[in-house]
Design a protein around this ligand. Structure first.
Ligand SMILES: Cc1ncc(COP(=O)(O)O)c(C=O)c1O
Length: 434
């Protein structure tokens, strides 16, 4: 444990009186007495209320791409908010932001803004249903598309509940999700060509959308098997289904044009949030003109805060920096060095570690050689991973507590931070019993 943690414990106790679990999102609760409460963050670092400093690999679950409190982003936001923050009318800066999204993301010809990833996927699903006149949606087990009821199935349930590979059971992730929605979703294991093919033979012409993260950004960053995303593309074309690529985690992170640039993929629609605004709230959904132009023509979409000025200004500054400097290339090089260093540490210790994801967002599953979907990922040594992570956090290196969450890198992680992280992890792997 950090030498001081009293203030976090005291704040947790106080917060628990008025906030369920003392946090404003279930995922931020790590347990009683061990949940850090934050004072501030700058660059690649985060400080808790006791003054402990951490190299931050959570990066708020991914949005921070340049670094915390980035001066160029903050100064653009300051300049803009002095002229008002919300008008419920359209301004030039938000038009420029959408022009940037269209210029950067190869499959996006038109887009609209929203405030969160949850909203972006919710809007995209409505558009896909309206466009096809169908209701069923196919999603993959272990993928997360936000907190809306439609998609909160088979995200993080124990996989024993998922049933057989050939007839998976959609498992709602929460009480309170209407039973009727079970009939609107089909869940499948990721990377299962045959499962998708068979399912589409059965329900292809009733299916409005196949929604997929390019990699399992909410379950160990499991990569797509070669050709799997392309297979989804091909099958969606065959059955007249809208292919929605959920780039909320990969967008403006693994390449300027996200996974669709990385894999040269042509989804019908894509959703964005997180890195688009370097931490300020903004999201977008977009895609082919033929689909997007039904928005507003019989298809309803709105939101008071959709063009909130802080988010729009932050996105303008962030995307301008990504367009003008080799930021993501630099992050990829440093991330690769971190991944290679960690691989060497586990290899030296004789511990099987299956690395997945991209240098800017990667994971490792321990005690297994390969993982292709949530079912086999769940066989990994999660308890050991957690003990390693807790020891790393005590030494000032902070990945997320949850083994499903990737390690995220930002432009502010320099060579010195990578070196320090590798030193800490070498020590941790030596000292924590498997
Ligand atoms: C792939 C994906 N889609 C959607 C969401 C929901 O985004 P938000 O938390 O901004 O609502 C997330 C959040 O982690 C995500 O990872």
């Amino acid at each position: 444990m950090q030498s001081h943690f009293e203030k976090s414990r005291a704040l947790q106790k106080r917060a628990t009186q008025t906030i369920p679990l003392g946090v404003n999102s279930n995922f931020r609760y790590w347990g009683e007495g061990i949940t850090p409460y934050v004072q501030k963050a700058q660059g690649a670092y985060l400080w808790d209320v006791d003054g402990n400093r951490y190299i931050d690999y959570r990066l708020a679950f991914g949005p921070i791409i340049l670094g915390h409190a980035h001066p160029d982003v903050n100064s653009c936001v300051h300049e803009e908010i002095d002229q008002g923050v919300l008008f419920a009318m359209t301004g030039e800066l938000e038009v420029a932001v959408i022009e940037k999204i269209v210029a950067m993301c190869p499959a996006v010809e038109m887009a609209r803004l929203a405030c969160s990833g949850t909203e972006a996927t919710m809007h995209a699903l409505r558009v896909a249903r309206a466009y096809t006149g169908r209701e069923l949606v196919i999603k993959f087990e272990g993928m997360y598309h936000g907190f809306q009821d439609y998609m909160l199935f088979s995200t993080y349930a124990p996989v024993e509940a998922y049933g057989s590979y050939r007839s998976p059971i959609p498992i709602p992730a929460s009480s309170g999700i209407p039973k009727a929605l079970n009939d609107l979703v089909v869940t499948l294991p990721f990377n299962d060509f045959e499962g998708l093919e068979k399912t589409l033979r059965r329900v292809g012409y009733e299916t409005a959308a196949v929604i997929a993260e390019p990699c399992m950004g909410n379950c160990g960053a499991i990569l797509p098997a070669p050709g799997f995303l392309e297979f989804i593309r091909q099958k969606c074309t065959e059955y007249g289904i809208v292919f929605i690529l959920d780039e909320v985690k990969t967008g403006f992170r693994i390449a300027n044009g996200g996974a669709q640039e990385f894999y040269r993929l042509d989804p019908d629609m894509a959703t964005y949030a997180k890195a688009i605004g370097n931490g300020y709230p903004l999201a977008a959904f977009g895609g082919k003109k033929s689909i997007m132009q039904i928005v507003g023509r019989g298809v309803s979409q709105g939101g008071t805060y959709n063009n909130n000025k802080p988010g729009v200004a932050a996105a303008y500054a962030t995307l301008s920096l990504l367009q003008s400097q080799p930021i993501l290339e630099t992050i990829a090089l440093r991330g690769q060095r971190l991944m290679d260093g960690l691989k060497a540490i586990f290899a030296e210790a004789g511990i099987p570690a299956c690395f997945n994801g991209y240098p800017a967002m990667f994971s490792f599953a321990l005690g297994v050689e390969t993982v292709t979907n949530q079912r086999d990922w769940s066989e990994s040594e999660k308890g050991y991973y957690l003990r390693l992570v807790e020891a790393a956090i005590q030494r000032g290196v902070m990945p997320d507590h949850d083994p499903r969450e990737p390690w995220f890198l930002c432009y502010s992680h320099g060579e010195a931070e990578i070196d320090e992280t590798l030193d800490v992890m070498r020590d941790v792997v030596k000292s924590v019993k498997r």
